[in-house]
Design a protein around this ligand. Structure first.
Ligand code: HEM
Ligand code: HEM
Length: 227
């Protein structure tokens, strides 16, 4: 068995920045006073991270690609049968069950960030898409923004629980691998992190988010006053 690179730097950075962003998103509405403007900025950054990760899922390195960890139901089912087997061969990238879990997390994060664009703090600040939507859509987005976070909390708890299960029960060091990128494996991993490509993808993701929040939505209308 040799140490080999599995998780490229962009995927690892994405992961830990998403963790930090979610903590900050929670803090800016629940713990800190009058930090909703920061909640917006960090929300846009989270949106950027998600757009980046989705594109990276198509053009990134081998184990970051969706095609490498989105598998059919039979593969997932066969994997589940080996779940409690301590001797089962560790997955090189995401395992078939974990792969679907990643998809669920990305979908929830997308719902959370997009629904945020329609939110208001009911005092000064309106999300950039608030003017675009009717009452019903706004109510739906409000519900989604609250609900998706509650669901996310359970999903994150399960995610961390699963990581602990693999570390303690299966003795697989998944967390260090998400930090330094390497795993012990008989099969060769990736040769490099494709940083230049990641940089181009990051520029595209940033441009897409900028267009979506600054260029596309109509300028906020001035309130109408009646004298
Ligand atoms: C806000 C909380 C968290 C969120 C939203 C989150 C989300 C994710 C996502 C989306 C992935 C897939 C990475 C990718 O392919 O791009 C992932 C993988 C991973 N996360 Fe987290 N994560 C969170 C917290 C944590 C924490 C606290 C730990 C460490 C204890 C952790 C450890 C890992 C590990 C080890 C993997 C790789 C799993 C594997 O080997 O298949 N995560 N996480
Ligand atoms: C993934 C990113 C995001 C996360 C994790 C997140 C999380 C949250 C949470 C936990 C709450 C509190 C909900 C409650 O009270 O039950 C909240 C409220 C809110 N969010 Fe987000 N949010 C995100 C993105 C955004 C974005 C992009 C915007 C706007 C551009 C936004 C605007 C708001 C507003 C206006 C509120 C209500 C604040 C208040 O009650 O004063 N959020 N968000």
């Amino acid at each position: 068995m040799q140490k080999t690179l599995i998780w490229d730097i962009p995927t690892r950075l994405f992961h830990w920045l998403i963790v930090a962003s979610l903590l900050a998103q929670y803090a800016t509405v629940e713990w800190l006073e009058n930090k909703v403007q920061w909640h917006f900025y960090i929300g846009y950054f989270t949106l950027f991270l998600i757009v980046f990760r989705i594109i990276w899922g198509f053009v990134g390195t081998q184990h970051a690609k969706f095609s490498s960890f989105i598998t059919g139901p039979r593969t997932v089912f066969n994997y589940i049968k080996t779940l409690f087997n301590r001797q089962s061969e560790p997955a090189i990238g995401h395992n078939p069950l974990g792969g679907w879990f990643v998809v669920v997390m990305l979908v929830l994060l997308t719902i959370q960030a997009v629904s945020g664009l329609f939110m208001t703090d009911d005092i000064f600040l309106d999300g950039p898409y608030r003017q675009l939507a009717g009452e019903e859509t706004l109510a739906l987005m409000n519900t989604l923004h609250h609900l998706a976070f509650d669901v996310l909390l359970y999903v994150i708890a399960l995610h961390i629980g699963a990581v602990i299960f693999y570390s303690v029960y299966k003795k697989q060091k998944l967390v260090p691998a998400m930090v330094h990128g390497n795993k012990e494996s008989a099969t060769a991993g990736i040769t490099d992190s494709r940083i230049l490509r990641a940089f181009v993808v990051a520029l595209i993701a940033a441009a897409a988010v900028y267009m979506a929040i600054e260029v596309y939505p109509p300028a906020p209308q001035a309130d109408e006053y009646y004298y």
